[in-house]
Design a protein around this ligand. Structure first.
Ligand code: COA
Length: 153
């Protein structure tokens, strides 16, 4: 089995039936969410051609080893590129190449969609991510602070 065949055996597009597992792994990313909410998000994303969610199956049952969400970004000032919007590998499956395969799936989707560049924003508190992305050829371009505000009606 070639590397590409092994990848396609492990990786597939997310299905709504993955919602509970996507939610479980989202909690590991620091974003807890119930399965019903995750399912609604997934249904909305599945209806969009400019976003994709790929999962790594474990080969047994419904359990997932990880997921990646990639989408098109469009900025007035800098144009468009693909963006990895979320990526997580189950804590029990880390350092086994799953993250590398999920990132490769996001890159394949981005190339096929015509993008020449892909970016990812990653929280400074994730030391493993800051070893992971450079090892895949991603260069640190800047650091940011993210501000948020609750909008009252
Ligand atoms: C970051 C993360 C996705 C990596 O997934 P993974 O499946 O463990 O990564 P891989 O096994 O494919 O690792 C690929 C390479 O990245 C580097 N790397 C990954 N994790 C690392 C770690 N903890 N320390 C040092 N290097 C690491 C290594 O160079 C590794 O290659 P090697 O194993 O041949 O040395 C995973 O640790 C994770 O889900 N972390 C929590 C969530 C997170 O940070 N997500 C990214 C947010 S944008």
């Amino acid at each position: 089995m070639s590397g590409d065949e092994r990848d396609s055996a492990l990786l597939r597009t997310a299905a709504v039936t993955d919602a509970a597992e996507l939610a479980r792994l989202s909690a590991q990313l620091g974003y807890p969410c119930d399965a019903a909410t995750m399912r609604k998000r997934l249904e909305r994303l599945a209806a969009r051609a400019d976003h994709a969610v790929f999962v790594a199956s474990t080969g047994g049952g419904a359990a997932l080893a990880g997921w990646v969400h990639v989408g098109a970004g469009l900025w007035l000032e800098s144009g468009e590129c693909a963006e990895i919007l979320g990526l997580v590998v189950d804590a029990a499956a880390r350092r086994g190449g799953v993250g590398r395969r999920l990132a490769a799936a996001a890159e394949r989707w981005s190339r096929a969609a015509g993008f020449e560049r892909i970016v990812v924003r990653s929280n400074a508190v994730r030391p493993e991510a800051h070893a992971f992305y450079p090892s895949l050829g991603y260069a640190l371009e800047k650091t940011q602070r993210v501000y948020g505000k609750t909008l009252t009606p």
